[in-house]
Design a protein around this ligand. Structure first.
Ligand code: R5P
Length: 298
């Protein structure tokens, strides 16, 4: 017997409308699987293609560094203003409310403290535990040119393989030894190695000369690392320049949580990253918001 709707059946197939096969908004991610793309879309805002990540993982080798002594009191209130959080599983489980739905970028390497050779790292989290914590990405340091360069690269390729198995992207962080030259040539080398060997995101430092060649020669999104604390206007200028020169966001720690007004600084950085606000305007905004934050009116 003919179905009651059979006369309209053709209509529901929209044969005249071709199925779209859209690309993906993030560089280098077009061929990744759905789960990987979905996790990347939680970290990077699909509207702007950018992210403002808050890095608070310093304790994994530095202990309770300035500004991170009491994450429960000073950092948890900042978390809602970040697009993503980079931290350790210890801080996640002990201190971050499970009701917070911000994407987590989980620190997965460790070993040496600041008292030892920092490049002597190993993988320090099982992929099963990362999955259990519902992370959106996994991350580790890669020490190109460092004493344990080869092991850190192998740590990364193992982490990438584990992440690929479950659709979890890996963010490689280019760590630079104290005695090494921090220039565009070095960062081009380090970032490209990380991307060639499978990292889906690379976090690296800004350089005044030639940063656009670092972003251009890296086939995956680059997120700018914050580095040591700078005056707020300088940090906003650095973030602005990095974005204008091709970065897909920032992952800042000390320049946020060591600021006199961390919430104000985070909001100003967001304007620079997501709305291309000029550094001078963002600094003015920071100063206005700082007054409110300090008087407790925000
Ligand atoms: C690298 O050493 C770690 O990921 C850091 O703990 C973090 O990225 C540093 O952030 P920032 O340099 O912005 O304080």
């Amino acid at each position: 017997m003919a179905d009651a709707d059979s006369a309209n059946e053709a209509k529901r197939f929209y044969e005249d409308v071709p199925t779209e096969t859209p690309g993906f908004f993030l560089k280098g991610a077009g061929s990744l699987d759905w789960g990987m793309k979905n996790r990347l879309s939680r970290i990077f805002n699909p509207q702007t293609g950018k992210t403002v990540m808050l890095a608070i993982d310093h304790g994994y080798f530095q202990g309770p560094t300035t500004g991170l002594e009491r994450i429960d009191l000073t950092i948890v209130p900042l978390m809602p203003y970040a697009d993503a959080l980079m931290l350790t599983r210890g801080i996640l489980r002990t201190t971050v409310p499970a009701s917070l739905t911000k994407p987590i970028v989980m620190r997965c390497s460790g070993g040496p403290s600041i008292l030892k050779e920092l490049s002597d790292e190993h993988l320090a989290v099982d992929i099963e535990d990362a999955i259990r914590m519902n992370v959106s990405a996994i991350t580790l340091q890669v020490f190109i040119g460092g004493q344990f360069e080869s092991r850190s690269v192998q740590n990364m390729t193992r982490l990438v393989d584990m992440g690929m198995r479950y659709g979890i992207p890996t963010m490689a962080v280019t760590a630079v030894g104290k005695e090494m030259v921090r220039d565009a040539r070095y960062f081009r080398l380090a970032c490209r190695i990380c991307a060639e060997l499978g990292a889906q995101i690379v976090k690296t430092y800004y350089v005044d000369k030639g940063f656009e060649t670092v972003t251009a020669s890296c086939p995956v999104p680059i997120v700018m690392a914050g580095g040591k604390k700078l005056p707020e206007l300088d940090a906003l200028t650095m973030a602005y320049n990095a974005i204008q020169e091709g970065a897909a966001g920032v992952d800042m720690g000390r320049n946020i949580f060591q600021s006199d007004a961390p919430k104000a600084m985070m909001k100003a950085v967001r304007k620079v990253v997501h709305e291309d606000m000029k550094p001078a305007d963002a600094y003015e905004l920071y100063q206005d918001l700082k007054k409110e934050e300090i008087t407790g009116q925000d």
